[in-house]
Design a protein around this ligand. Structure first.
Ligand code: NI
Ligand code: MN
Length: 220
């Protein structure tokens, strides 16, 4: 499994020959302007929720790649009406895809499209593959529901929001990593707008003080 950070909450994940893109918001992020979305490969586009900063580049990438959009039914219906392919899931459910097993899990946040259309309940994703298991929290507060994840899945990486204001901050992400029982963390959803700018050095120290390892801290 190879994970590429495209900034904000956008991720590229390669599992074998399959390409997954999560929450594409690249053209709207000045810190990610070196990335050309027209050359991105995608078999699947996973969407945690419908907010602008998670769906901005979905249609362009789906048009280019014919990718299947995976999310909750409110979000997939929105894209199906526009002619895109989709697979809908709901909270607690899992499905075996050709890259591994995907589970849609709870997140405490909100979800509406930029045009006001209701975007269903927001979520996160658990991806289980033959090589690695990862948790993508999505935009969320720290919740006790995170404790349910390690009951079934031994994680190799937890991807957690750390920018504060809209989501958890670093301190809550440290607790979240305890809840999901994974000390290898990739922080995301920070720095890409003035409300979520964080001090990198201080944040790294906070994680290290608790024996946590930051897998990626690039700052896009
Ligand atoms: Ni959001
Ligand atoms: Mn967001």
């Amino acid at each position: 499994m190879k994970i590429t950070y495209y900034g904000h909450a956008s991720l590229g994940i390669e599992v074998g020959a399959k390409h997954i893109i999560v929450d594409p918001f690249i053209t709207g992020n000045p810190l990610a302007n070196a990335i050309d979305i027209n050359i991105l490969k995608a078999d699947y586009i996973l969407l945690t929720h419908a907010h602008y900063d998670h769906v901005l580049d979905v249609e362009e990438i789906a048009k280019n790649t014919d990718a299947v959009i995976v999310s909750n039914p409110e979000i997939t219906t929105y894209y199906e009406k526009k002619g895109f392919k989709s697979h809908f899931m709901n909270h607690g459910g899992s499905w075996k895809f050709d890259f591994g097993t995907l589970r849609y899990v709870s997140a405490a946040h909100s979800s509406s499209f930029p045009d006001g259309t209701y975007g269903g309940n927001p979520g996160g994703f658990l991806i289980e593959t033959q090589s690695k298991n990862i948790y993508i929290a999505g935009d969320t507060a720290l919740t006790y529901d995170m404790k349910l994840i390690p009951l079934r899945t031994k994680l190799d990486l937890a991807i957690l929001p750390i920018g504060n204001n809209f989501t958890m901050d670093v301190q809550d992400a440290i607790v979240a990593s305890d809840f999901v029982e994974c000390n290898k963390i990739m922080g995301y959803h920070y720095d890409s707008n003035p409300y979520i700018e964080i001090n990198h050095e201080e944040s790294i120290v906070k994680f290290l003080d608790k024996g946590k390892r930051i897998a990626s801290f690039g700052g896009r």
